[in-house]
Ligand binder design. Structure first.
Ligand code: ADP
Ligand code: ZN
Length: 719
């Protein structure tokens, strides 16, 4: 059969394989069973209803809340040779009539429409005359008052059941708590329905948090790694957006502001310039991004702390839609917590205040987290996230050699907190340490203390980072309301020299040292040429470059150097219509390039080599497990692989779980926990299982270190 979903996937969209859940969802829809799809941004929701729409005989109506989203979808479909049309208030009368006619005549089978237009009697009457096979509701969370974006018109869509008796109903959203999911299904009177929830883990996003010390310098240092690459910077206020955008321009970046204080036309213009790769950076308040599908956003920088993890997740989700690595950096400062807190306190409704506070706390926990960032992030969305080391966040990638012994500095800081009475915030404590002449210091007689000025050898910024570390490690507690710092039970051991403190200090320039990405395997020169060509064509047609081919498609061309139509079509993302329209032009370029750089002869060789390289690289845990069995100690392995002890131990655990033998006798000496406690921990393992260490860590009041737990787990599993 020529119209199988898989066939359409290749022929129209140019992709070889479905992403997780897509095939199941499509089959489910084709069987006319109502379907709720919950998938994070960029994973590929649209295909799930677009492929059925091409297979169904009748019309598919797609309801979308935003004009820009509709326009983007329709433009993308047209690039693929699919004739979809729009009916909304933003098009001219003539266009409206023309589009209406296309739907009536069946020339176009996919109609994108705003909810209020769809609910008009004249439109419904027109649709009565056609067979509507599918009603898709995009951004379906707008149906629910419990969602963050409720739209009253969406509520009425359920009533269309009686009108579209042949239609299957499909709801799509990237954010929905169980409560909202239930609401959607109820409101749309779903029958024989199923829910499909994709993982919230976006593996290609590199997550980092840095303490904010000098935001502008940190931003400039960060941007050095992203010459000419698109990115978004989110700020707290309009004023900050304007200031930063101006500053970046002074430093030679093409940046534009975006916030609710600008006129519609200005906002629209700036967004358009960004989407079409005519400027590099958008500096925005949270208002930016809802309606954009730009696939080559390479970074998202949060200049301020977002107020909850939902916003953070949504904002970072705007990067890396093409699947290539994208970096998300959050500049974290305690001052922001107070600012957000202030806004929360202004809310009149008490319930709202409580909820907002909870949300903020979860956000702060994420920023302070010392474990893999994906753990607090993904579990927040109710997903069971099992991986302990993702390899794509700062905490998982911190290298052993970058860890510094901070014990003396920690002792100085903790003593200063103690001597000043445990009632002051970090700024004052740092003023005392650095011997500041601030009035508050003299007023409190803190210049008379023995700790006054003992920290002059480090900058205020460095002390800020250290105070943060101490909070993260549970050596200090910060009062949520007043910001004052006080010691914990654990601090005594450090002050008495019984425990050391290690940490990773990055300030300013240093902080921008990009976490090493795997060597880019593509021919960079060719890639740049293809990108230039793409921009040229896009400008001529006045469409965003990513609509022609994504960065990922171009990167593949620069790996495989396709020489024939067949080879070009075998590249993921090149379908038949796009090949005719653009692929041919790129094919000629690539051929010329190969002749010029004498690549043709080596091409097969190169491909083979790549395949071989891939096969030869052993997974890390196997490499580490084998090295350990050959007699290397854990300590030696941390040096050899340049990673933390806990990471080595996690790899050994994985190795063990895959059924390999492990030489465990030498591990016992790493354990520094009394035997009776060891026994108790083993009991816990047998009761609770060994999958997660955190519950046990908590149960023992953080008194048994993770390193110890890692080792004990391995010992337990091999007993
Ligand atoms: P969402 O609506 O979930 O945010 P989109 O539907 O816009 O995501 O898809 C994101 C990107 O992933 C698009 O560029 C799309 O073409 C691409 N994509 C979708 N499905 C696949 C697939 N099976 N293989 C490769 N790329 C895909
Ligand atoms: Zn991680």
């Amino acid at each position: 059969m020529t119209t199988s979903p898989k066939h359409i996937l290749k022929k129209v969209f140019g992709y070889d394989t479905f992403r997780p859940l897509q095939a199941e969802i499509i089959d489910h829809i084709l069987e006319k069973n109502d379907t709720l799809v919950i998938m994070p941004t960029g994973v590929g929701k649209s295909l799930c209803y677009q492929i059925p729409a091409l297979i169904f005989e009748g019309t598919t109506v797609v309801v979308s809340p935003l004009i820009s989203l509709m326009t983007d979808q329709v433009q993308q479909l047209r690039q693929l040779g699919v004739n979809a049309v729009i009916l909304n208030s933003a098009i001219t009368n003539i266009e409206y009539q023309a589009n209406l006619n296309q739907i009536k005549s069946g020339e176009s089978k996919i109609l994108y429409i705003a909810p209020e237009s769809l609910l008009k009697e004249e439109i419904l009457a027109m649709l009565d005359g056609l067979k509507v096979d599918c009603l898709t509701i995009d951004e379906a969370h707008c149906i629910s008052e419990w969602g963050h974006d409720f739209r009253p018109e969406y509520r009425q869509l359920g009533g269309l059941r009686k009108r579209f008796i042949h239609a299957v109903f499909v709801g799509l959203t990237a954010t929905a708590t169980p409560r909202v999911q239930e609401d959607i299904q109820k409101s749309l009177s779903f029958e024989k329905s199923a829910k499909f929830i994709a993982s919230f883990n976006r593996e290609n996003l590199l997550l980092r948090v840095e303490i904010r010390t000098d935001a502008l310098q940190q931003t400039l240092a960060f941007l050095k790694n992203y010459q000419n690459q698109s990115g978004i910077i989110y700020c707290f206020s309009r004023k900050q957006v304007d200031t930063l955008s101006e500053q970046l321009n002074l430093y030679g970046f093409q940046a534009r502001p975006y916030h609710a204080g600008l006129s519609d036309s200005e906002r629209h213009k700036n967004q358009d310039l960004f989407i079409k790769d005519k400027i590099q950076i958008i500096v925005a308040t949270i208002a930016f991004g809802m309606g954009i599908n730009k696939s080559n956003v390479r970074f998202v920088l949060h200049y301020n702390l977002p107020k909850n993890l939902e916003s953070y997740y949504q904002e970072i989700g705007r990067s890396g839609r093409d699947g290539l690595t994208s970096e998300c950096l959050l500049l974290f400062s305690y001052a922001d917590i107070n600012k957000i807190q202030y806004f929360i306190d202004q809310k009149e409704n008490e319930l709202e205040r409580t909820v907002a506070k909870k949300h903020l706390q979860a956000m702060v926990r994420f920023a302070e987290s010392m474990v893999c960032r994906r753990i607090p992030l993904i579990t927040y969305f109710g997903e069971d996230y099992k991986t302990e080391i993702c390899g794509m966040c700062d905490n998982c990638l911190t290298k052993q050699k970058d860890l510094q012994d901070l014990t003396i500095r920690a002792q100085k800081f903790l003593s200063a907190v103690k001597r000043t009475g445990e009632i002051f915030g970090a700024h004052h404590v740092i003023d005392v340490l650095t011997g500041s002449k601030a009035e508050k210091v003299f007023f409190n007689n803190h210049d008379k203390l023995s700790v006054y000025g003992i920290g002059k050898d480090h900058s205020k910024k460095e002390w800020m980072v250290i105070s943060q570390h101490l909070i993260n490690k549970g050596l200090l507690i910060r009062d949520e309301e007043f910001g004052s710092l006080r010691l914990t039970e654990k601090s005594a051991a450090v002050l008495q020299n019984k425990e050391q403190v290690f940490g990773h200090i990055q300030v300013g320039e240093e902080a921008s040292k990009k976490i090493k990405e795997p060597e880019q395997a593509y021919d960079q020169k060719l890639f740049e040429l293809l990108r230039k060509k793409r921009k040229e064509i896009a400008d001529q047609q006045d469409i965003p470059p990513y609509m022609i081919f994504s960065d990922k498609v171009l990167a593949q061309m620069a790996i495989y150097f396709p020489q024939t139509q067949k080879e070009m079509l075998s590249i993921s993302g090149v379908g038949e219509v796009k090949f005719q329209q653009y692929g041919k032009i790129f094919l000629v370029m690539i051929k010329l390039y190969c002749v010029e750089y004498k690549i043709t002869g080596q091409r097969e060789q190169l491909k083979l080599q790549k395949i071989k390289e891939r096969a030869e690289t052993k997974p890390r845990h196997i490499e580490i497990g084998e090295a350990f069995n050959e007699g290397h100690s854990v300590n030696e392995l941390t040096q050899k692989f340049d990673i933390k002890t806990s990471t080595i131990l996690t790899h050994l655990h994985k190795y063990l779980l895959e059924g390999f033998e492990l030489r465990v006798d030498s591990l016992q000496k790493l354990v520094s926990v009394p035997e009776d406690i060891q026994k108790k921990i083993f009991m816990e393992f047998s009761r609770e299982g060994t999958e997660k260490l955190k519950p046990i860590f908590d149960k023992f009041n953080s008194e048994v270190s993770y390193d110890n737990l890692h080792v004990l787990r391995i010992i337990y599993l091999t007993r």
